[in-house]
Design a protein around this ligand. Structure first.
Ligand SMILES: Nc1nc2c(ncn2[C@@H]2O[C@H](COP(=O)(O)OP(=O)(O)OP(=O)(O)O)[C@@H](O)[C@H]2O)c(=O)[nH]1
Length: 453
């Protein structure tokens, strides 16, 4: 669901949707807030920030920065599965876009995308109202451009925001680093870090903490950075991490992530270090699973969902590592790295993967806090997940449902790829997209030295 706040005119971004327009004085998230979708309230599997055990108000994530710094692209790529190349055609935002991602994601928060050219401190903007309910302010700096103006703007924004709300997490995305050499990246980060903190020190505001991330929409860094931003807003994070630690120590699993399937943000992981390659493989696996499910999961009558309680996938890499994905809730998947020998349980009639069923229960219980109502893993429709013929990726939004009749498959990234889905695959039309995705995953694995090629 997306909303726009125009200045001075209100304008709806998508006429087809029934989103109400919100006045400038209507930034609140009270019961009358227009993004409160009565059908989506109390979503199963959604971490509700208005839970009495977390915060009173659903926190906002603000995306701010100069014009053309990449804000809309980040939002589209992370939450709408837009392919990075498509962002080249994005028009400049001339109004504040507010999007509620709670309908499609585990985490219940809003993203406010501010158009670069708007004078945010124009008196017609009630910035106090905006900052008061803000959980994280992401300031995007185009690293390929001269960033002096961006730094001045960052300083102004952060100091104003801090005066209103000292609890905001200030996150600086040093963006578009795909265009920089490794040395240049480090130098740019050091320089921006130094200048931004010097400005705060000069203003006597050294207590403001800025976190910096090198990001690009052309790799997984933007998902990783967003994961970190979102994790800071999840009050149950320590509990989830503890549960994952207990889970891996009792199961022979090497690394476990709890992923928000639609955004590929990881909500939590165990306390062993995260390496980028592992994270990237997990993201690729989620793409493969959703693409395959969307294509081959249709029931004859068109009923079903692309991701549900029975969704499971196993990918065996040729370095004796197994990737294992299991549905945890309607929005969440557990993705694990496990050694092949630990993965296969001996003694039964057939070798069976470990079942994280107990983990499933604890996560669901913990995510909602002891007083919250219990929820069931969804068996219902997942309207935010659909196959997009143009991009070859599942994406949020839309009404065209793809369904899943067979959710459990196993594939190997060795060439030739071995894919078992009802024993039959024909590679025509959109199926080729899945083939391309599988090939990409295989290539990725080979690149990491995990595939035989
Ligand atoms: N190389 C590179 N280009 C990017 C990246 N992210 C965004 N871009 C490009 O930057 C340009 C501007 O992106 P937008 O998302 O429209 O920027 P914006 O900050 O929303 O711009 P306004 O709406 O004017 O405020 C587009 O051509 C994008 O393709 C990135 O990570 N790397």
């Amino acid at each position: 669901m997306s909303q726009v706040l125009g200045n001075p005119q209100l304008e709806d971004e998508d006429d087809d949707e029934e989103d109400e327009l919100v006045g400038l004085a209507d930034y609140g998230d009270g019961p009358d807030s227009s993004d409160a979708d009565p059908d989506s309230g109390a979503e199963e599997g959604v971490l509700d920030f208005s839970d009495p055990f977390s915060t009173e108000v659903k926190p906002r994530i603000l995306l701010m920065g100069l014009r053309r710094s990449g804000k809309s692209s980040i939002q589209k790529v992370v939450f709408h599965k837009m392919s990075p190349n498509e962002t080249l055609f994005l028009e400049s935002t001339n109004k504040i876009c507010r999007e509620d991602v709670s309908n499609s994601s585990f985490v219940n928060f809003q993203i406010w995308d501010f158009p670069g050219q708007i004078d945010f401190f124009d008196p017609t903007f009630d910035y106090e109202m905006i900052f008061r309910g803000t959980g994280a302010l992401i300031f995007v700096i185009d690293s390929q451009d001269d960033y002096m103006e961006a730094l001045a703007r960052l300083h102004l924004t952060v100091t104003r925001a801090y005066k209103v709300n000292t609890d905001i997490n200030f996150e600086v995305f040093i963006h578009k680093v795909d265009g920089l050499s490794d040395d240049h990246k480090i130098e740019t980060q050091r320089d921006i870090h130094q200048r931004a903190n010097d400005d705060l020190t000069d203003a006597g505001l050294e207590k403001i903490h800025l976190s910096f991330y090198l990001t690009s929409i052309y790799d997984h860094s933007i998902f990783e950075a967003f994961s970190k931003v979102v994790q800071k807003l999840i009050p149950q994070l320590p509990t989830l991490e503890n549960l994952l630690n207990i889970f891996i120590s009792n199961s022979g699993i090497e690394k476990a992530f709890l992923f928000d399937v639609v955004s590929k943000i990881y909500i939590a992981t165990d306390s062993t270090p995260v390496d980028m390659q592992t994270y990237e493989l997990c993201c690729d696996m989620i793409d493969v699973v959703i693409d395959i499910s969307c294509i081959y999961g249709l029931k004859e009558d068109g009923a079903g969902t692309p991701y549900d309680k029975e969704s499971t996938a196993i990918i065996k890499l040729n370095n004796t590592t197994v990737l294992y994905l299991k549905e945890v809730t309607k929005f969440l998947a557990l993705v694990c790295f496990v050694r092949e020998e630990s993965f296969e349980r001996k003694g039964g009639k057939k070798k069976e993967p470990m079942c994280p069923g107990q983990f499933h229960l604890v996560v669901r219980a913990s995510a909602h806090g002891p007083m919250s109502h219990e929820f069931e893993s969804s068996q219902g429709h997942v309207p935010w997940l659909q196959f997009v013929p143009g991009s070859g990726r599942g994406r949020a939004g839309g009404s065209q449902l793809m369904c899943l009749s067979h959710r459990c498959f196993s594939l190997s990234p060795f060439l030739p790829l071995c894919l078992k889905i009802h024993g039959k695959i024909s590679l025509e039309g959109r199926e080729l997209k899945a083939d391309a995705r599988l090939s990409a995953l295989a290539a990725h694995c080979r690149h990491l030295g995990m595939g035989s090629g």
